[in-house]
Unconditional design. Structure first.
Length: 151
C-alpha cells in the first residue's frame, strides 16, 4: 500500500513539475458530510488544467476521512469572466474508525465545474462531481464550492 501512495505522489509531482501553477484553491464540499480542502491548479495546455487537492471530511467523532484527488479540466471560456469545464479525475480515499479499522481505496471523479473571475487574482468556483469509491459503498454526487487565489 505504501508503494501505491508513493507512486501516486510521484505522478502528481511529475505532472505539476512541467506545468505552471496558476492558483491555490480553498474549497468546501457537501455530501452526506462536510469537508474542507486545499489544492492547486496548473495549466498543462491552453485548455487543459491539472488540479490536485487534499480534503478532510468531518464524519463525526468516530471516523477520520481524508481524500487526495487529481482532476483534469477541459476549459471552455464563456465571455471574459466565466469558464465552464468538464472534469475527470482519480485519487485515494482513506477512512479510519475508532475501532482501529482503516481502509484505503481508489476513487474516480466525473463531473463539471463553473469558474467566475472576480479580479485578476481572485476567482470563485463550483463543481458537481459523481465520485466512485472502490470497496467503500459511499458512491454518489456531491457539490464543491471555493475560491482560487492567483500566484
Amino acid at each position: 500500500m505504501k508503494k501505491l501512495i508513493a507512486s501516486a505522489l510521484l505522478a502528481v509531482s511529475a505532472a505539476t513539475a512541467s506545468a505552471q501553477i496558476q492558483t491555490i484553491d480553498f474549497k468546501s464540499s457537501v455530501r452526506d458530510n462536510f469537508g474542507l480542502g486545499v489544492g492547486i491548479t496548473a495549466d498543462l495546455t491552453d485548455n487543459i488544467e491539472f488540479s490536485p487537492s487534499a480534503s478532510y471530511y468531518f464524519a463525526g467523532s468516530s471516523i477520520t476521512n481524508l481524500q487526495a484527488e487529481a482532476d483534469f479540466h477541459y476549459k471552455f471560456d464563456v465571455g471574459d469572466e466565466f469558464t465552464v469545464y468538464p472534469l475527470l479525475g482519480a485519487g485515494l480515499n482513506y477512512d479510519n474508525t475508532t475501532d482501529s479499522h482503516s481502509d484505503l481505496n481508489f476513487l474516480m471523479n466525473l463531473g463539471c465545474g463553473l469558474k467566475k473571475d472576480f479580479s485578476s487574482s481572485l476567482a470563485g468556483f463550483v463543481e458537481c462531481k459523481y465520485q466512485w469509491i472502490g470497496g467503500h459503498g459511499h458512491d454518489g454526487a456531491y457539490l464543491t464550492a471555493g475560491v482560487k487565489l492567483a500566484l
